[in-house]
Design a protein around this ligand. Structure first.
Ligand code: AMP
Length: 405
């Protein structure tokens, strides 16, 4: 039987890092966060940060995710800096999981079947699913008997209809090879969809919105009646917008042209995922939006063009998705760029006049990192900023599954 004091540990396990946050769900308060980075190297490092204390950082020995988690657990119950008397206070653990394809449309309590599904989707999530699974296995070992919940990045997008998620390819590629649009950033799109419904005072299942998650990775979702109708990322997170280092949408023949130049699949993969996007086009070789804006302001024409390319592509998707959802209750900005960059938001919203979206320059220029309206009172469609919080979404889903058992 659960109580209001339920303590939820959130784990985001990557290839060489294990990030964590601990939440008290009665007040949805984050009581500590941190990470172990460079796991498996001689430079492994632990960062531990309580909101009420200075950040701690120290070199550690962590040969694998299990050792990293043991170190984190030691800190959580440390007599001086810990936040728990005993690990038994952790009621459940929520794990960020990248890809479970069509298997789950919601977060799910981990059992042998769930672990098999995560394994089954390794070919479609080769960089993330293996460390996500390692994080789960580490928790099962270090905290046996505690509920683990998989909060899956593809799950929220599972409501897409077939006409939105199928590629116009021979059937075999979908039926045998599972090639289709899955969409990513689902946990963020879910959090922001729910938060926007609350902000607008609308029931979740009546919300129509275009959610723009703009960060180093960027994606847009079309929300119809609180559910995803379409989203800009595809089989992988490479599709859609111009991102920090990813190209976003291309004519597929570009890939054929690169192959004809003799590039291997791995080389093309690296170029499109790591050497493209803002980094490739802004003339300064940085993937960062702030650097791009500074360079553009200093007169760099490539950087100026990169900002236009970024905004042009975002506006293209907003226009399409606005139409598909039958007119949105709001255009919503989130992610590092969407929450903080008034400059980027202006470049985008200035392109949306035909939809009746009108920017309030004063509101836009001051709003950073908190919810609020950035359009005028007479704008036909409100443009709003809604900070995302994927970790809190993971904690909420984990708590919901814990308390419904
Ligand atoms: P994320 O991946 O969501 O953490 O977002 C990272 C991106 O947000 C980077 O490109 C940052 O340059 C960008 N960003 C964060 N703060 C600002 C800001 N004040 N102005 C412009 N871009 C920002």
């Amino acid at each position: 039987m659960s109580t209001q004091d339920d303590t939820i540990l959130v784990i985001n396990s990557g290839s060489s890092s294990l990030k964590f946050m601990l939440f008290k769900m009665a007040t949805e308060t984050m009581v500590v966060k941190g990470l172990v980075e460079r796991i498996g190297t001689a430079q492994a490092n632990l960062v531990y940060q309580r909101p009420d204390q200075p950040k701690l950082e120290k070199p550690v020995t962590a040969n694998d995710h299990g050792e990293a988690l043991s170190l984190v657990c030691g800190m959580l119950v440390d007599p001086e800096v810990g936040v728990l008397k005993s690990l038994a206070e952790v009621n459940a653990i929520g794990h960020r999981v990248l890809h479970c394809g069509e298997a789950y449309s919601d977060s799910v309590a981990v059992d042998e079947k769930v672990k098999a599904v995560i394994r089954d989707y390794i070919p479609l999530g080769p960089l993330h699913n293996p460390p996500n699974l390692q994080g789960i296995l580490a928790c099962e070992k270090v905290m046996p008997g505690v509920l683990n919940v998989a909060v899956i990045d593809t799950a929220f997008h599972q409501t897409m209809p077939k006409y939105a998620y199928l590629y116009a390819l021979p059937k075999k590629y979908y039926e045998e090879d599972r090639i289709r649009k899955y969409g990513f950033h689902g946990t963020s799109h879910k959090f922001v969809t729910f938060a926007t419904a609350d902000f607008l005072g609308k029931p979740k299942d009546e919300l129509n919105a275009v959610i723009c998650h703009l960060g180093n990775g960027s994606s847009i979702s079309a929300i119809k009646n609180g559910k995803v109708l379409d989203t800009s990322m595809g089989l992988t997170p490479l599709a859609g917008l111009v991102m920090g280092t990813r190209s976003g949408d291309l004519d597929p023949a570009v890939v054929i042209a690169m192959m004809r130049q003799g590039l291997s699949a791995d080389e093309i993969d690296r170029i499109l995922n790591k050497e493209s996007g803002l980094k490739a086009i802004n003339g300064i070789g940085s993937a960062d939006m702030r650097d791009t804006i500074s360079a553009a302001n200093a007169g760099n024409e490539d950087a100026q063009n990169a900002l236009q390319m970024f905004a042009h592509r975002v506006a293209l998707y907003i226009g399409g998705y606005f139409t598909l959802v039958g007119g949105a209750d709001a255009i919503v900005f989130t992610g590092g760029i969407g929450e903080n960059s008034a400059y980027s938001r202006k470049l985008i919203i200035d392109r949306l006049a035909a939809l009746g979206v009108e920017l309030d320059e004063a509101r836009n220029s001051v709003l950073r990192g908190k919810p609020g309206v950035i359009s005028t009172d007479t704008s036909k469609v409100p443009a709003i900023v809604m900070p995302t919080n994927e970790e809190l979404m993971i904690a909420r889903d984990t708590y919901r599954i814990l308390t419904s058992r």
